[in-house]
Ligand binder design. Sequence first.
Ligand code: NAD
Length: 347
Amino acid sequence: GSVGFAIVGLGKLSLGQLVPGFRNCKKAYLAALVSGSEEKANRVAAEQKLPSRAIYNYADFDRIVADPGIEVVYIVLPNFMHAEYTIRALKAGKHVLCEKPMATTIEDGQRMIAAAKAANRHLMIAYRCHYEPMNLVGMRLLRSGKLGKPRIVVTDMGRQSDLSDPSDAWRLDMKKSGGGALTDMGVYGVNGARYLLNEEPTEVQAWSRTDRNDPRFKEVEDLYAWQFRFPSGAIANGSTSFSYAGTMSWHVMCENGKMTADPGCFYGGNRLTVTGNGVETPQITEIDQFAREMDWMADVVRGRAPMVSTAEEGVQDMRLMEAIMESAAKGGATVATNFGFRRPVDP
Ligand code: NAD
C-alpha cells in the first residue's frame, strides 16, 4: 500500500511544494504534520482533511512512535535542526527523508548515519535533481558517450537574499545554515558536477568575495567561486552567491558537443539545449519532481527501488563544501578532496 509521510516544519518549501505535491504522488501520502504553530497546523490539516490527532508539535513529536500510519518523516526545518529531528524520528522507528544540506556539521551528518544504522531504517537526502527528468536526461546523455568525454562543467547557483524574510534570516546565520549561499544554493553545483561527471573530485581551489558592510553578510560569506579537478582530467568551475540575480544553471563542454541547462535546477521550466555531433536536444516531459522524489522514497521503504541520494552522498557534499571554505579562507590554496566516497547507484 501507500506510504504515510509526516512533514516536519511548515515553511516555504513544505507549504509551497511538498504538501501540494502529495496530490501528484502515487505511492506516498500525507499522514501527519509537525509544526510549532498550532494555528498554521490546524489550517493546513483542515485543507488536507487530516484529523486533529495527525497534528504534532516539536515538544510532543516523539509521540509519532505510536502511529504506525507514519512510516516516513520528512525533515523540512532550518539546516541546524536536521540532525536532532532526524535522530529523534529514527529513534521512533521511522524512515527519514531529510532536506539538503544534510546538516550544518560533518559530525552531525555522521551521527545521523550512525542513528539510521542503529535503528535499521533508511535515511535519504532530498536531492530533488536526482529525480528530475531533465537532469536525468543530461546525465544519461553524458554517460552514452555521444558527445565525447566531458572536459568542463560549469555550475552557477545563487540568488538575491533578503534579510527581512524570516526564511532567509536563518540562511544568513552561520550557525543555523552552516554556510550561507554555499550550503543553500552552491550545494546544487557541488552535487551537480559530481552527478554529471559521475566521478569524485580529488582537489579544489576556491575564492570568496564578501562585502562586510552589507548587513546580510555579517557572518556568512557571500560569493564563492571554485574549481574542482577530477581523475578523468575534467574540471568543474562553480559559483554561488546570495547577492546575484536568481540563477540555477549548469553547462557541460565535451569533446564533440555541449549541453546547456539554463535554468537547470528550478522547480519547473528547466531547459536543456544540446549541440554538436548530430545529437538533438531530447524532448523532455515535465513532472512534479517533489512528488517523484517522495514516491521514490516510498519505493525505497517498500524495497521496490534502490536508494539513490544516500546519507553518505550528503556527507560527501558537506566535506566538499568545507574544503571550498577552507581553500577560500587560505586565499585559493589547493585542498585535497579524496575522501574515498563512491556513489552506490547512478541516479
Ligand atoms: P523556512 O524558513 O521557510 O521554513 C522553516 C520552518 O521551520 C518554518 O515554518 C519555521 O517556522 C520552522 N522553524 C521551527 N523552528 C525554527 C527555528 N528555531 N528557527 C527558524 N525556523 C524554525 O525554510 P524553507 O525554505 O522551507 O527550508 C527548509 C529546509 O528545506 C532547509 O533545509 C532548506 O535548505 C530546504 N529547502 C530545500 C529546497 C529544495 O528545493 N530541495 C527548497 C527550499 C528549501
